[in-house]
Design a protein around this ligand. Structure first.
Ligand code: ATP
Ligand code: MG
Length: 319
């Protein structure tokens, strides 16, 4: 196939939804206003394209307020407490790895950050803030939070009935963006940013499920990036991938962090060491409840852990 890869994209007209009355202006990065609310499309993704190889460029100084702040967070399912005592500042535009053995509440905590427990029996106590916004505030709309905090799951989950293109722009459409050129530009930008454009530019209108597993995961990352989130939550995004696909995702994570705050759950401590700036170790207490044991700069946490439980875990003696 040749020519305009978007040739079969539906003709569309409108742009973004206006910000609802009373809806809080969302956190911004370095004065860049919230983008979707005003129809802007040249924020995160395009900017990060130009910052592609930067490991440290654009990284915030230590004075930059955290992107996400958790204080005394506890998530329970009925009588069962899954995770407790989580007080953690997630630095903006860095990679924070959450590590710990199976069942210690990493996924549960991640889901609490963008209110996915609104649809489960999970109950969240404590405080979670996105910038200054109380994620569970009475006036905070969950869809607004999910627009600003994207998520990538363990197994690639493209919408099976949709094409590559429709997958990427689905979040934008959901948020009221319908301009054909806008969607086309956004799709290309997100796919380039997810290092997938060259692979799919001639098959944008084929079913997404025809892509390989690694390509599907990068498509899911592109889909999450298309709405230009401030934060990307990634729950073991490489666990279903081979080493080559894993290396591509790790490279992507490193580059994305120039512009997006990333929280990465991983079982792979080598992966955490390779890609994360900060790490937080979760372990099960004697009562089998997950808890945050220690957090800090990844190098220090792995090389000079302060807590003996962390030392045992990173040394492979427990977990
Ligand atoms: N929807 C749910 N309903 C009831 N209990 C749940 C639910 N989701 C998670 N849990 C429980 O919460 C605890 C933590 O589970 P979670 O999936 O967060 O662990 P995890 O650290 O992500 O584990 P893994 O590394 O295996 O993915 C477990 O005891 C699990 O059974
Ligand atoms: Mg999990």
């Amino acid at each position: 196939m040749s020519g305009d890869p978007f040739a079969r994209a539906e003709p569309l007209t409108l742009m973004a939804e206006p910000r609802a009355e009373g809806e809080p202006e969302m956190a911004t990065r370095e004065g860049v206003p919230a983008r979707l609310a005003d129809g802007g499309r040249r924020g995160t993704v395009a900017a990060a394209n130009t910052a592609a190889s930067a490991l440290t460029h654009g990284r915030p100084s230590s004075a930059t307020p955290p992107a996400v702040t958790l204080e005394g967070v506890r998530v329970s399912f009925g009588d069962h407490v899954a995770v407790r005592n989580v007080t953690l500042a997630i630095p903006a535009r860095q990679v924070t790895a959450l590590i710990g053995p199976s069942g210690c509440g990493k996924t549960t905590l991640l889901r609490a950050v963008n209110r996915l427990h609104d649809h489960t029996a999970g109950h969240v106590d404590g405080s979670i803030k996105l910038g200054d916004i109380d994620v569970y505030g009475p006036d905070t709309r969950p869809e607004l939070i999910r627009r600003r905090i994207g998520m990538v799951f363990q197994r690639p989950n493209p919408f099976p009935a949709m094409s590559v293109f429709e997958n990427v722009v689905s979040g934008l459409r959901f948020n009221g963006v319908h301009g054909r050129a806008l969607l086309r530009d956004a799709a290309e930008s997100a796919l380039r940013h997810a290092a997938l454009w060259d692979t799919v530019k001639d098959r944008l209108h084929q079913p997404a499920v025809r892509l390989s597993g690694g390509q599907q995961q990068r498509l899911c990352i592109a889909r999450a990036l298309a709405v230009e989130p401030d934060v990307l939550l990634m729950d073991e995004p490489c666990s279903a991938l081979d080493p080559i696909a894993t290396a591509k995702i790790e490279d992507l994570i490193t580059r994305l962090a120039a512009d997006v705050t990333i929280v990465l759950v991983t079982h792979n401590m080598f992966q955490a060491a390779r890609v994360s700036d900060q790490a937080a170790v979760f372990l099960l207490g004697e009562d089998r409840v997950g808890e945050l044991v220690e957090s800090g700069a990844t190098d220090e946490l792995f090389n000079e852990p302060k807590n003996p439980r962390t030392r045992d875990y990173v040394a492979g003696r427990v977990g």
